[in-house]
Design a protein around this ligand. Structure first.
Ligand code: HEC
Length: 149
């Protein structure tokens, strides 16, 4: 029940044109998106460690990580809404020059995170591995054009 509620929340909340936060300072926007990505990296990283066997596979934990990833993916676009850049940011200006494409990539990541959350709950290792890999691809396909190394 809890999982279904979280999933529908994530599904409903995703709307890149919604502009929920107004930032006074560039640093605030940069901090939000970096925090978001940092959290995404933390949960996705732990899932990867379990997939690769660096950490014992624990179905409940993997599924909880997938829930968190799905939830985070529903508003990870917010810190990118306006062009806000500081020295601390690794975003390329292309994010805002090709905003429609960037938003599309964010949406693909979100859709895929929901799919991963679904298969994580079912527990079929083959499916989990396959969807984990596709999800990792959505990170890379955005980082490559839009993030400095
Ligand atoms: C639609 C684009 C997009 C997607 C999808 C995306 N990222 Fe990012 N990510 C970025 C951009 C752009 C930055 C640089 C943000 C900045 O510094 O302004 C970033 C930064 C990061 C960082 C560095 C955060 C920090 O502390 O500075 C991590 C870690 C990260 N992403 C992990 C991931 C993972 C893991 C996924 C997939 C599960 C993912 N990202 C999906 C665009 C994306």
């Amino acid at each position: 029940m809890k999982k279904i509620a979280l999933m529908s929340l994530a599904a409903v909340a995703f709307n890149v044109s919604a502009h929920a936060v107004t930032f006074d300072k560039d640093e605030d926007a940069v901090a939000l998106r970096k925090s978001h990505m940092h959290l995404i990296g933390t949960y996705f990283g732990e899932m990867g460690d379990m997939i690769k066997g660096k950490q014992p596979y624990d179905a409940a934990r993997f599924s909880a990580d997938a829930d968190r990833l799905a939830a985070l993916s529903s508003w990870s676009y917010e810190g990118f809404a306006e062009k806000r850049l500081t020295d601390d940011s690794k975003s390329k200006p292309a994010v805002w020059e090709k905003k429609a494409d960037f938003d599309q990539k964010m949406r693909e990541f979100h859709d895929q995170a929901l799919k991963l959350q679904q298969v994580a709950g079912k527990g079929d290792m083959g499916e989990i591995r396959a969807e984990f890999k596709v999800t990792a691809g959505t990170c890379g396909s955005c980082h490559k054009p839009y993030k400095y190394k």
